[in-house]
Design a protein around this ligand. Structure first.
Ligand code: 5RP
Length: 215
């Protein structure tokens, strides 16, 4: 059964506490929190104060995805704000190994995210150090985009790399995940489905989360 992580980016920000309660009362496993800096990605989302208040009332794992430059400057602050997982982007980390060690030393699970154009082979020498690989299936920066089909090949390649080396690494897929493509994504080897619009813009988000889990 897939791990389901609704993405707060698509929630109703005027009613965040209701949205958090909805997630708490659902079969969701993780809550995905997208942090954007307007530099690495062409958008700005939310940051530490929101995550601090959300993590205080959410009973699910807080899965924080940093789409920001110089993530090492903020890792400790995100830990204090309640992050359980902290994922940084391969494309911005000049010292990725050091960044991953820092996150683990702070007591969080460490993730590395790759953009659609970044080959999974680039992770060869860091894979054994991370807990999560987040495969972006859209170009990062905005919710509600269309899933890029080539991502399925990348998930398959990554699953092969992880299995061949007998590693325990979650494959998380983020962007354009729908009820129509979720099974293809998990069949390709993904463990975790991030879903923003599919969950929060549906008529019954709790039922949509249950449907994603059962696919
Ligand atoms: O991180 C993202 C964008 O940068 C994701 O695409 C977002 O979290 C998921 O949104 P959706 O499920 O609506 O595509």
């Amino acid at each position: 059964m897939a791990i389901v992580a609704p993405s707060l980016l698509a929630a109703d920000f005027l009613h965040l506490s209701n949205e958090c309660t909805l997630v708490n009362n659902s079969q969701a496993d993780w809550l995905h929190l997208d942090v954007m800096d307007g530099r690495f990605v062409p958008n700005i989302s939310f940051g530490l104060p929101v995550i601090e208040q959300v993590s205080a009332i959410v009973t699910k794992v807080c899965d924080v995805h940093l789409m920001i430059e110089e993530p090492e400057k903020y890792a400790e602050a995100f830990k204090k704000a309640g992050a359980d997982h902290l994922t940084v982007h391969f494309e911005v980390c000049r010292n990725l190994h050091r960044n991953i060690q820092q996150i683990k030393e702070l007591g969080m699970k460490a993730g590395v995210a790759i953009n659609p154009h970044t080959p999974v082979a680039a992770l060869q020498d860091i894979l054994h150090e991370v807990d999560i690989v987040l495969v972006m299936s859209v170009n990062p920066g905005f919710g509600g985009q269309k899933f890029i089909p080539h991502t399925l090949v990348k998930i398959q390649e990554l699953r092969k790399m992880i299995n061949e080396r007998n590693l325990q690494v979650y494959i998380e897929v983020d962007g354009g995940v729908t009820l129509a493509n979720a099974k293809q994504i998990t069949d390709a080897g993904a463990d975790v489905l991030v879903a923003g619009n599919t969950v929060f813009k549906s008529a019954d988000p709790v039922a949509t989360i249950a449907a994603l889990k059962s696919l």
